[in-house]
Design a protein around this ligand. Structure first.
Ligand code: IPE
Length: 255
């Protein structure tokens, strides 16, 4: 079983509200279908989630005066994006089961504490590809919060004892300094827990990368291998699914 996250920056144009990259969605779903690998798919939000989630402060709960409207809109927008991804899988000939995190997960103060992994496993076992996505979810402390696709990846990787995760992003992999030079290759391999010092003029970027690697280490701590690759380049996801060497960053699982 391979866990694949289709990042929001790949399947949507993050700079324009509600703008899917239909050609990229179609190609990536086809690459997954053609690989013949049994996968579990998670996708991000991109411009279908982050803009309004921020506008209505949904990460922090129900403090915004119009939070009800916000929950309704973001959940609806995410389901629209999910339908596009599901339609693309159908066009590629793959039966999928959509499992919205907002319907089945529980958070406590921003932390994912309940997600019935057995539902994903069950669909998987009967040959249907489960697909979930970042969403607005119930939070026992805050009322609601935002569940990212990464939260779902981390949780399921542990619960289902996954050995291989692929993060499909809009960059070639993880670099040690940002922005990378033109034509520069990403760090090809990182060992679990390895100390990487990121440099950038922009502390947001370094903080973001440190957090991303921390999250990946959370996954690799169970022995799972993680690959970060660029889904905007045709064929790379397919290569990784086939177990071939691919341009990207591989983070080795370690126990
Ligand atoms: C965010 O999910 C979900 C919402 C904002 C509703 P992700 O955090 O996984 O989305 P991307 O991949 O970064 O766009």
């Amino acid at each position: 079983m391979i866990l694949v996250k289709l990042g929001g920056s790949v399947i949507t144009d993050k700079s324009k509200p509600m703008t899917p990259r239909m050609d990229v969605i179609a190609r990536l779903t086809q690459e997954i279908a053609d690989s013949g690998q049994q996968c579990l798919i998670i996708h991000g939000a991109g411009s279908f989630g982050h803009i309004k989630a921020k506008q209505y402060c949904l990460k922090d709960g129900t403090s915004h005066p119009e939070y009800k409207q916000g929950i309704d809109e973001v959940q609806m927008d995410m389901r629209k994006l999910n339908t596009m991804v599901v339609d693309a899988f159908h066009a590629a000939g793959m039966p999928v089961a959509s499992i919205p995190a907002g319907a089945i997960s529980v958070f406590e103060d921003g932390e994912l504490v309940e997600l019935p992994a057995n539902i994903f496993k069950h669909y998987f076992d009967i040959g249907i590809t489960p697909i979930s996505f970042g969403d607005v979810v119930v939070d026992r402390t805050r009322g609601v919060c935002i569940c990212s696709g990464d939260d779902i990846m981390t949780y399921l990787a542990k619960e289902l004892d996954i050995k291989k995760c692929i993060f499909v992003t809009s960059e070639d992999g993880i670099f040690s300094h940002y922005p990378p030079d033109e034509g520069e290759s990403p760090i090809p391999e990182i060992q679990h827990g390895q100390d990487i010092s990121f440099t950038s003029m922009n502390t947001d970027v370094t903080g973001g990368m440190e957090r991303k690697l921390e999250l990946i280490f959370n996954i690799t701590s169970t022995g799972c291998d993680v690959t970060v690759l660029n889904g905007l380049v045709p064929g790379r996801l397919r290569q990784a699914l086939d177990g071939e060497e691919v341009i990207g960053t591989r983070v080795r699982g370690g126990i």
